[in-house]
Structures are given as structure tokens and as C-alpha cells.
Design a binder for this molecule. Sequence first.
Ligand code: B12
Ligand code: SF4
Length: 477
Amino acid sequence: MAIIASYFAGEAYGLLGPQMAATIIEDNAPYDCIVIAVAREDDKGLLKKALIDYFGQQRPVIGFSTLCGREDLFSFAKELKDEGAITILGGPQADVDYLGEKGWQDYPHRFQGLSANFTFSLHGPAEQIIHLLKHLDGGLQQDAPGLLYVRRDGALRQNPEKVWEEKFLEKVRWNNIYRVKEGGLVPLRIAAGQVLQQIGCPYAARQKWVKIDYPAFLTQKDARKVKLLVRGCSFCDVAVDKGFFGELDIETVMRQIRCLPETEDGSKIPFELVNENPLPGLARLLGEIRDREIRVSQIDLILRADWFLRAAEMLREALRMARSMGIRILLAAVGFESFDDEILCNLNKGLSVETNLQAVHLMRQLKDEFPSEWGYSRVEGATHGFIHPTPWDTAQRWANIQEVLLQNHLLDDLLPDHSTPLIIHHASGLGDWIREVEGSEGVEFKRYGSIIGWWQGEGSTDSPPPEGPLGTSGFFP
Ligand code: B12
Ligand code: SF4
């Protein structure tokens, strides 16, 4: 078996989700399994040839994961399926992307889903595939947990999922990832990994009624709002996908750290701790690393600004330990998202511009206190979240935001070179918002695969995503 995952050319990071899934498959089913990291510009002809060589006489079973909305990979999967391969969509959003957007049967412009592209979809823990792989020919799909497929009568069937089990989350074979080159598959030597400590996000555990403004270009005269029940930030599809399942046991986390490859000096490669609220447990984690004499070079953190501020003293304690252990802590990403209170409200970020600015102040202050152990800036490798443009931009609002950026020198060390435009995945909270706007205003926004093109609302036909004043970058299909 092989799992194809989306990748950026020239990078050297691991892909925890697909690589862990491949490890689980090899250890529990009678299949070898590798991950193939495919960049947009990779030659699909070469990829196909590499797959033919890899599978030889065996029937190709090809998984797909974290495709990031890439329509080139959706079509590639369909081509393989039409030629007789079994194609399986797994990983985050696999269920909603297979099923399609809410109400697509009645609204043909909505995202129709990927059931024609993949033989199966499997959402949730990878170990659920063991049952399917053991009965691929036996027609026992109705018993396979987490499986989605099209029945003989054309109806879509979705089996209940199993819950996450820690025993499957302790091992990753980091050398199972390949890139496609002229001569075939070439091992990808990864320089950064990830360690899973928490499944989902605690903020996504909170359901809340919110009122979200209409797009600015539709509310010239009267300001209207859409009332919605959302979980976590309104743009976040992870909040919908994983919710909050909780934290893993420290033993499970330590086993994952042991699995990480080592650099030439014998220390573990830098890793991102997948945990939206890591500070309360960071000193304990460092203590366990020290007691087990594991050499760690760098830990990357991802944090909300409010949780960062709240746990400042815990972080200082951890940084003192990091100093004595020779470990660097990089605050790799804080999701600031905006420096306008109304936009933050529409994103249901649950914090204010003031909180974001206090966090910036603390980040800089910690650099003075821990110059070698602490990193937070763009030049040190951090990419903090700044969403722009959004549907709520007005000239006045952007002028205000720019003033905040300049007054606080945010362009000097903090913000990325390019902002990320607001991405509305069809299954996020904002997906419900934009469908409501479509209904009441009689407008239709164009779909780009699983993404809703909100910038299409000004009567334009097929324009690209709007270019923000900082330029745009990142994930766009
Ligand atoms: C850590 C992380 C990263 C890491 C590692 C990425 C990875 N794919 O492992 C890094 C920092 C490299 C990264 C980068 C990016 N990421 Co990221 N990342 C995450 C994050 C926060 C956690 C993923 C994770 O490791 N989870 C823990 C593992 C164990 O869970 P899991 O991924 O669900 O995998 C389990 C199962 O789903 C299953 N499984 C996974 N794949 C498959 C495949 C098959 C066939 C089967 C059967 C099962 C299976 O097995 C695993 C074990 O049970 C997720 C959000 C989230 N919380 O899921 C986003 C997420 C995966 N990233 C996303 C995106 C968009 C990106 C970027 C494009 C962002 C950017 N603009 O640069 C880049 C590009 C990544 C790339 N492919 O090159 C999207 C992907 C959307 C999609 N459905 O395709 C997610 C879902 C967040 C989001 N909604 O925006 N990311
Ligand atoms: S954007 Fe971050 S903080 Fe908000 S719900 Fe998603 S994971 Fe949690």
C-alpha cells in the first residue's frame, strides 16, 4: 500500500498523520505501506510510473491524506480508481469531503464531494482500516468502522467510527516517506517532525451562539448579522473535524519522542508539539526528557495568545529548565488572525486586539530574559497567523489595522511576509454562515473544490483570490 499526501517542494518536514497511519498499517495488516509526498509541480506521469514499479503485479491500494483541497490530486485519485486501483481517502476532513457540502443535491453549485474519486473514505483513527484491508474482497464493508462508501443502489453509507486508542499513537516510522524523482521513489530525509500530545483543541470543546456580520460588500446600508452555533473558531475546520478528545498520557508522548530520528550529533531533530495548550505541562515534559536522558534540540509550540499570557510563569519555569538542558523553545505560531476587534469577533477567536498585543509584548520580553533558549520571530522560523483579506474588510478597517501594525512594529519581527486570505472550508462554521448569506441575498459564491470562494461576491466571475496588501500566500487550491 502507499499513501499519497500533499507537500511543498524543497521542504524537509515529516507528516505525522500519514506517516503514523502507514506505521499502523504495516504493524497490524498484511501490507507494506509507504508515504509519498507530492508537490503541486511534481510530474504526475513520473508518479504513476513510480506507483506501477512499486506495486508490480500486486493490486494497487492507494491511500490519500491531507490533500489540502488540491484538485490535481483529486483528479489523480479518480484516474487511478478508473484504471482499477483501490483508492482510499483518509485523514482530517476525509468524511465531509467525501460526502460533499451540505445540501449539494439541491444546490448544484455546491461542492459535490469526492465519492466518484475514491473507492472508500475512512475518517478517524487509522487502525480502523485493518478490518477493511483484511476483507477487501469479502464485501464486509458494512462492518468496517469509520468507512464511507457508495452502496450498490448508489446511496452513500457512513459507518460509525471507533474512538482514538492511545496504544496506536505511540509509534511512527519516520523513514517511510518518499518523494518522486526522475529515477523513481527517493527517500525523503526529514529535518523536522511532530509529536502528538493532544487530540483536537480545548477551545473547540466550547459551543457558543455567535452573530457574524454580513460581508462588507453586501452591507453598504444596513448592517446585518447571521446567528450561528459554532464550536471553536468559526474558520477552523479542525474544530469541526476533531473537536476535543483530550490529552495523551506522558508515556505515549515519550515513546513518540524516542521514535524521532537523530541528527549527526545524536540529538533528536526539532519537533512541533501538537497541542494547542502546551504550557501547563511543558515543565513536566522537559523533566521526563531529562530523566530519560533523551537529547532534544528544539521544541516548536503553537499557541493561542490568551493561553500564552495566562501561562507566562509556567513558561518561564520551563525556559529555565530548557536553559539547563540546552533545548530551544520556538514559539512557532500564535494565531493572531487579526488586529481588528470586529473581525476577531466574526472569527469567534474569543480574544481581543489588546490580548494579541499583550502577547506580542510578552514574546519580546521573554527574548530579553532568555535570548538563547527562546525564539518567537520570523527570522527564527516562526510563522504567526494573520488572516487577510477577509469578507469584512473596508478601507477604514484596513487603515486602522495598518496603524496598529505600524505603531507596534509588528512588521519588523512578527508578521509573516505574506498574509493568508480567509479560507472557508465548506464544513467549517463559516461554511454555514456563507450558505445563509447566499440564501437570503440570492447570490452564489463559486466553489474551488472543497473551498468556498467568498471573494466572488462582488459580481466578478472567475477572479483569483484577492491579493492582500501584504501579498497572499499559503494554502489555496
Ligand atoms: C501537525 C500539523 C501539520 C504538520 C504535519 C502535517 C501532517 N499532515 O501530519 C505540518 C507543520 C508539517 C503541517 C503543515 C501544513 N498543514 Co497541517 N496540520 C497539522 C495538524 C495541526 C495536526 C495533524 C496531526 O499530526 N494530527 C495527529 C495525527 C495522529 O492525526 P491525523 O493527522 O488525523 O492522522 C490520523 C488519522 O487521521 C489517520 N490518517 C491520516 N492519514 C491517513 C490516510 C489513510 C489512508 C488512512 C486510512 C488514515 C489516515 O491516521 C492518523 C493516526 O490515526 C492538523 C490539524 C489536526 N488537528 O488534524 C493540520 C492539517 C493536517 N494541516 C493542514 C494544512 C492545510 C497544512 C498546510 C497546507 C498549512 C500551510 N498553509 O502551510 C501545511 C502543508 C502540509 C503538507 N502536507 O505539506 C490541514 C489539512 C487539510 C486537509 N484535510 O487536507 C489540517 C487538517 C488543518 C486544517 N484544517 O487546516 N501541518
Ligand atoms: S483555530 Fe486554533 S484555537 Fe481556534 S478552534 Fe482551531 S485549533 Fe482551536
